[in-house]
Design a binder for this molecule. Structure first.
Ligand SMILES: Cc1cc2nc3c(=O)[nH]c(=O)nc-3n(C[C@H](O)[C@H](O)[C@H](O)COP(=O)(O)O)c2cc1C
Length: 334
């Protein structure tokens, strides 16, 4: 069942959007491009601190960058001061004109919750509501959405109550990650709570947590009243997951599930090329060494993946990477 959100036209009858989940240090412009090419319908930047945007921090502004072909795009911000969040939201909307602005009420990282930001706001909901009101007033021209967890811990699940209040305050869609702050990323996502949130509000709810393939996506769609799904970690090693889920939903399973070693390598090369293009630097430079770590999830599924990850560390240029690909493809064919 897809609910209607007039200013978010990717929801509605016959539509069921697949979102790429925001993931800090992973879902930058380059990685998002790969996912877009594989059928991700809607994407959101990783979270960016409101104060950093206000200070005009270059790195923060780089993080909210996106290309026109990646639309519909949301920019996600976090913070705990209503005035700063409102100011940052206005700046982002003026400079980037995103399709929506998203508020983070889910991050469990210590340095974020100690400022009462991210999932820290789920244990001080009056502040969370003040913050939403301030941002909403500051950006009447851009749809406002939110992404949240179920609550602080299992004894304080607030998702249904918070979602209802967010709807009253004018939030137009809510993504719910079915874990508490205490769970971090462990245990299972509780989709029963996500279903309860979806039943409680009239705005679209996007379900998130452990969706990894066509079967899990179909199951969650059938069991809950969500209007779309959000996929995170599964996309890191398998950007094809969006196309695979769509194939399953359209009843064309088998032919699109097999990803060959060549396709995996092409994808790794493409991610490396896009990263270098976006960050205007060399593969071996300190700035993008993290990018090689980002290739690791894509090597899972390649024969001899562990050894390959060791060899990746010695790649300093795109040519090194191409040589490694050629050698590896010959080895696995032998
Ligand atoms: C490395 C990493 C970084 C993340 N960064 C963000 C973030 O910036 N903003 C956010 O709302 N959620 C963030 N998340 C949470 C994901 O968006 C998502 O809610 C979570 O991974 C559960 O979905 P999954 O089971 O499909 O991975 C992050 C998760 C991971 C693993």
């Amino acid at each position: 069942m897809s609910k209607i959100a007039p200013r978010l036209p990717w929801f509605g009858p016959g539509k069921f959007p697949l979102y790429l989940a925001p993931m800090a240090r992973h879902t930058d412009v380059a990685f998002r491009q790969l996912c877009k090419e594989q059928g991700a319908d809607v994407m959101v930047t990783e979270f960016v601190q409101s104060e950093a945007l206000i200070r005009d921090n270059a790195k923060a502004w780089e993080m909210v960058d996106f290309t026109e072909s990646q639309r519909p795009m949301g920019v996600q911000i976090f913070g705990a001061t209503p005035a700063s969040m409102a100011k940052a939201a206005r700046l982002v909307c003026d400079r980037m004109r995103p399709d929506f602005l998203d508020l983070n009420f889910g991050c469990p990282a210590h340095k974020v919750i100690e400022q009462n930001a991210g999932s820290g706001l789920l244990r001080c909901t009056p502040l969370l509501y003040d913050l939403v009101k301030s941002v909403k007033d500051a950006i009447p021209d851009i749809p406002l959405t939110a992404k949240m967890r179920l609550g602080w811990d299992h004894s304080t699940i607030v998702a249904v109550e918070v979602a209802g209040r967010l709807e009253q305050l004018g939030v137009e869609a809510i993504a719910v990650h079915g874990r508490t702050k205490e769970q971090g990323y462990s245990g299972e996502a509780h989709w029963g709570w996500i279903a309860q949130v979806a039943a409680a509000v009239n705005i679209p709810v996007i379900g998130n947590g452990d969706v990894k393939d066509g079967a899990s996506a179909m199951r969650r769609r059938a069991e809950t009243g969500v209007s779309g799904l959000m996929i995170g970690r599964a996309a890191l090693g398998n950007p094809w997951v969006f196309a695979q889920i769509k194939a399953s939903m359209e009843g064309r399973e088998a032919e699109s599930l097999v990803v060959t070693s060549r396709q995996r390598w092409d994808c790794m090369l493409r991610l490396a090329e896009l990263t270098i293009e976006v960050h205007a630097t060399r593969l071996g430079s300190r700035d993008v060494r993290w990018m090689l770590d980002r290739l690791h999830p894509l090597t899972h599924g390649l024969p001899g993946g562990r050894k390959l990850r060791d060899r990746l560390r010695y790649c300093l240029t795109l040519d090194d990477l191409r040589h490694l690909r050629d050698a590896h493809l010959v080895e696995v064919a032998a």
